[in-house]
Design a binder for this molecule. Sequence first.
Ligand code: GLN
Ligand code: ZN
Length: 765
Amino acid sequence: MKTELIISNLGYPRIGENREWKKALESFWAGKLEEEAFRAEMDRIQLELLKVQQAKGVDLIPVGDFTLYDHMLDMAVMFGVVPERYRHEGGPVPLSVYFAMARGNAQATACEMTKWFNTNYHYIVPEIGGIVPRLTVNKPLEAYRFAKKRAGIEGKPVVVGLFTFLKLSKGFEAGRLAEKIEQFLPVYIQMLTELEREGVQWVQIDEPYLATNVTADEWKLVEHLYRRIREQTAGLRIMLQTYFEGVDDFEKITSLSVDGIGLDFVHDGGKNAKALEQFGWPEDKVLGAGLIDGRNIWRADLDAKLEAIRRIAAVVPLERLILQPSCSLLHVPVSTRAESGLDPVVRGALAFAEEKLDELRILRAAVRQGEQAVEAELAASREALNAFRLLPERNREDVASGLRQLADIPDSRNRPFSERFELQRNKWQLPPLPTTTIGSFPQTPEVRQARLKWRRGEWNDAQYEAFMKEQIEACIRLQEEIGIDVLVHGEFERTDMVEYFGEKLDGFVFTRNGWVQSYGSRCVKPPVIYADVAFVQPMTVKESVYAQSLTDRPVKGMLTGPITILNWSFVRDDLSREQVANQIALALRQEVLALEKAGIEMIQVDEPALREGLPLKREDQDAYLQWAVKAFRLAASGVKDTTQIHTHMCYCEFHDMIDAIRSLDADVISIESSRSHGELISSFEQHDYDHGIGLGVYDIHSPRVPSVEEMSDMIDRALRVLRPELFWINPDCGLKTRGLAETVPALRNMVQAAQAARAQHFQRA
Ligand code: GLN
Ligand code: ZN
C-alpha cells in the first residue's frame, strides 16, 4: 500500500482542559487581569492546544481557529467590519472595541449573536452596512507565525470563506451579495497573498454554507470567487472545507478552482459517499474525508471507518486523501481524562477531542502499516464498543415495546381547541388577559447555596426539603400579593432545565468535565443520553402539589419538553433522534399524567429548543418538525380537555414554523418577543394564530425595570393583531437569572398594565 495517507484536524476546542480560556476572559473583563497578562495567558493556552495536537501526531494542524471570543468576530474585525456605533477611527482594532462588539458597553449595544448553522455554538453576526473593507490585521498569518516560532509547527491557517462570511452577515440586501463579494475580494486576496508569501502550504477555507441549499446563482458567484482567488494565489494550496451536511451539487463543488475539498461523511445522510461513487473524484484535487464525528462524543467504530476508507480509496488514491474529523472539534469537550466518575463501560465508549485525534492516528497507522501494526488498539476499541452496545440499559425490552406500541397511543386531545377553550374558560374563570410568568423565579445566592449544601451532603433531605418549602411558600405569597393570576412554584430545586430531568430519568449520565463553548466565555455541559430513556418516578409533582396547597389560584406544573431535552444533550447515535425523542416523550407523558392525577391541571411543557434541531436542508425540515411536534403531543396530550397545557419558546424568528407551532396544539403558548416585538407582531399579521398566546411584554435579560406605559404599549400593539380573548400577559422568559430587586417592581408594573388593558378592551366584562 502507498504510505502517503495523512491526517488533518479542522479546529480545536479553545476552552482548554479546565476551561482556562473562560477563566482568563472573565478575569480580564472583571478587571482582575491586565491586558498584557491576559494576552500572555491566552498565548500560553493557544500554545498548549497546538502542542496537544502536535503530540497526537496530526499532520496538518489548524492555526488561527483559536480566538479571544469568536472566529466570525475575528473575521469581521480583520476586515475592518466595525459598526459606527463603536466609534473606531481606523487602524488596528483595540481589544476594548473587539469586546464591545461581542458584549456591548455603556455607549453601544453588542452585535447580534446567532447559532452557527445547526450547532449550539453562537457567533457574532457581522454588520456589513456601508463599511469599506480593509485589512486591519492578518490574523491567520499571525497565528501561523506563532505556531511556527513557538512550537515548530508548520500550521494550516483556517479562515472562514468569503461566501459563507457574507451569507452569515447582515446589513446589506440579499440581492447585493455579488457586489459585496467584489468589494471584499481584494482585501481577502491580500490576506491570502500574505500567507502565500510567508510560505504557507495549505490554507483551510471554511465554506459550510456550501452544504446548505445553494442556488444556481450562488454557485456562479462561488465559482467566480474561487477563480479570482486562484488567479492571484497560485502558490497557495486551498482546502475548501464544508461540514454539517452533504453537498447537493457535487459536480459543481468538485470543479471549483481549489486544490482540495473537505467533505463531511458523518452528518451528510450518506450523500457525499454516494456522490463520490457516482461522480468519481477529479485528478487535480485532494479529498479531505471527514470520517470521525466532530459533533458527538462517541468512540468511532474503527472497523467501519476502515471499511469506509477502503471504499473511498477505491475512488481517490491514498496520496490524495486526507483523513479528518467531520468538522471542527470545537463542538465536543476536550478530553475524557477527568471522567473517572462514570461507569467504566460508559466512559470507554466516549471520545472527546483528544481521543478523536487518537482515532485518526490509529486509522492512519492501520492504513499505512497494515492493521496488525495497531492490532492491540483496534481490539481495545472493538471491545469497548461491544461492552457498551451490550449494556442492558441500552436494550430495555419495556422501552422498546413502548416504542412499538406508539401507533396505539393517542397523540391528540379529545376535543379541538375551540371546544377546549370554552370548557377551560368555565373551569378556570380567569379574568380576561390573564397574567402569569414563565416558571422560574430569581435564584438567589441562598437558593444556590442550599442546593450545593444538599448535594455535598452537608444538608440532609429533610433540611433541604424544608428550605425548598419555605422558598415555594414565599414565592406563592409574593405572586398573590402582586396580583398574578396563574402562579408558579418558582423552580428553586432546578439548576438547569434539562439536567434536572436527566438526573431523574433513566438513560442519562453526567460528565464531570464535558464542557463545550456555547458563546463567548459561556460553556455548557450537556447531559449524555447513553441508554434507553424511561420514567422512574414523579419528578415535579411534590413541589407543584405543595405550591398548589398554599393557594386558591391555579399553579402551573412545569416541565421541560422532549425536544428540548433531546437538543440540549449529547445523544446516543445507534438510534434515530426521532426514536430517542419518542422515548423521552413517553417518559414525560407519565409525568404529565402524574401531575394531573395529583390535581395539577395547568401544565407547562417548555420547548425553547424546538427550533434548534431544525435541519439545515429545507427538504429535511418538514420531517423533523413532524416528529418533533408528534413527540411534544405524545408528552402533553394524554390529559383531560379541561386541563390546560401551556408551552414556552425562547426565540422570535418563527414565522417559518408557525404551522408546526400551531400543531403542537398547546392551549397557551408564551413566546419571548420583547426584543423584536415589531417583527413578531408582523408575523401575526400574516398568519392567523388561533390558540392562547402570551407575547412576552418585557425583556428579562436586562435588569432594567420597564414602565407600565412601555408594557401597555406592547400589549396594545399585540392586541391589534391577536384576539384579546386568547391573549395572556407575561414576561418573556424565566426569571431565574434576575434579582428580586428588579423582578418585583417589574411584575407589579406588568400587573398594572394588564389591569389597564382589561379596562380598555373589556369594559364591564
Ligand atoms: N420554565 C423555564 C424557566 O422559567 C423556561 C426556561 C427557558 O425558556 N429557557 O426558567
Ligand atoms: Zn424562554
